[in-house]
Write a protein that binds this ligand. Structure first.
Ligand code: EPZ
Length: 420
């Protein structure tokens, strides 16, 4: 078990490159089940979630190797159509195997995902969508047992915008017989990245980047090489870290168009931001102004950045509100920030921050991936040395974060510990 020991008070400055997107890569990997062969995905981040996912697909017969941020995948021989609980319990995205297994092999046995630290995360839209495409689905013993002679095109409207369900339906519809019309589809960059890869593989998809996707199923697809998009959530996290330390950083390998809402809010609270191509420069010389954010599906403020934003608002002199409309209980980090001296109340699906009180070092515990990031950010400005426990959460979604923060001037050490 590892923890971070972080000495607060060091200003972040210098240059940092953003890693490839975790959530985009997790959407691209299942596509290899649609066409046998060799795939190379460049700009693949070296993350726990990527290794976990690769082991899951390895159990189905896919050979995966990750070297120097290139993911090599060989799906020539698929030997299993099952995503067992041992893998799914670690990775909700394992359900992405459902669509492609049904589309190409006519069967799938996928463990139902558990909940997670910030509440239940149902998969009803995934199941309803597959049934609309002709799958027969039975739930038994915590597993989804799905069968289909051959999926057929259909119209399907997402009752709510869902990244994962849109990913699953895109994967399934690509090989379904006939045309599928998806409405109220998610438009997150990760969905668009998958759609573009599927088109490169030979899929016929119209409306990419919009909430209406029309997919004309084909009989066969082919393996391709692809380059993963930058991680907009990691980028937002690093920009907020720089803002909190009143620093000045130059961020490269980023797509600013994927984070316009976050950039606008950072400017609103006083950051100076310059965007040039794939580079973002941020400078902050004062405490942030208080500001309210409400998370909504893309291109709104991302729910995956709300915890980090709340850390920033602890430094603002005044009252701020963070509201999450996507995961209404995603506030597990709040009691930990309060232990560091923050004044935050949770009211319904909002965290109300009375900012401006100095944060002080404490031993704090990560509860999920983005909560751990928020605690690391708070520790960067807290007085004294903070221990952030259960860093395995952080390792799911941030590659070598301590090395990159150290390169920017932070005092952060990874320490092995028996503390749990
Ligand atoms: C993806 O999760 C991301 N994960 C999450 O990032 C992110 O928080 C989330 O999208 C929202 O942006 C990956 O991409 C691997 P959803 P996903 O389906 O697909 C409800 C991180 O930190 N819903 O868009 O699971 C759901 O409960 C992770 O990197 C249903 O009701 O999210 C939620 O309220 C955490 N039924 C809303 O929709 C369903 O069948 C949006 O969820 C599916 C979802």
């Amino acid at each position: 078990m590892d923890k971070f020991v972080i000495e607060g008070g060091h200003r972040l400055s210098g240059k940092v490159a953003v890693a490839g997107s975790k959530n985009s890569l997790l959407a691209l990997i299942p596509a290899v089940l649609l066409a046998p062969g060799i795939y190379r995905i460049h700009n693949a981040p070296n993350l726990r979630d990527v290794w976990t996912f690769s082991r899951l697909f390895g159990s189905m017969g896919v050979h995966a190797e990750l070297n120097n941020n290139e993911l090599f995948l060989d799906s020539t021989t698929i030997t299993s159509f099952e995503a067992p609980y041992e893998h799914v319990k670690k990775m909700r995205a394992s359900i992405y195997a459902l669509g492609p297994l049904l589309a190409r092999h006519g069967q799938a046995k996928i463990s139902l995902p558990g909940g997670c630290a910030f509440g239940p995360r149902p998969v009803d839209l995934h199941l309803k969508g597959m049934e609309r495409l002709g799958a027969v689905i039975e739930l038994d013993g915590g597993y989804i047992n799905a069968k289909a002679e051959r999926l057929h095109g259909a119209k399907f409207n997402f009752d709510i915008s869902s990244v994962g369900a849109t990913v699953n339906m895109l994967l399934a519809a690509s090989l379904a017989k006939g045309t599928t019309l998806l409405t109220n589809a998610a438009v997150e960059p990760e969905v668009t990245a998958l759609a573009r890869m599927l088109v490169k593989m030979g899929a016929k998809i119209d409306g990419i980047g919009t909430t209406t996707l029309e997919i004309e199923g084909v009989d066969d697809l082919k393996p391709v090489d692809e380059t993963n998009i930058p991680d907009r959530i990691e980028a937002a996290t690093l920009l907020i870290a720089a803002a909190m330390t009143r620093g000045k950083i130059t961020m490269t390998n980023v797509n600013p168009y994927h984070m316009t809402n976050v950039l606008a809010k950072l400017e609103e609270v006083g950051c100076t931001i310059d965007v040039t191509g794939e580079t973002i420069e941020l400078e902050m010389n004062d405490a942030p102004q208080p500001a309210h954010i409400t998370t909504t599906p893309y291109p709104g403020f991302p729910t995956d950045v709300q915890a980090q934003w709340t850390s920033l608002m602890c430094l603002a002199n005044g009252t701020s509100r963070t509201t999450d409309t996507i995961y209404t209980t995603r506030f597990g980090y709040v009691p930990e920030l309060v232990r560091m001296g923050a004044s935050i109340d949770i009211v319904d699906n909002s965290a109300i921050v009375q900012g401006g009180k100095p944060l002080k070092a404490a031993t704090v515990m990560s509860s999920d991936l983005r909560a751990s990031a928020c605690l690391v950010l708070a520790a960067l400005v807290a007085e004294g040395k903070t221990d952030v426990l259960r860093i395995y959460h952080l390792d799911r979604g941030y590659e070598k974060l301590e090395h990159r923060l150290t390169a920017l001037g932070a005092n952060i050490k990874r320490v092995h510990t028996e503390e749990f």
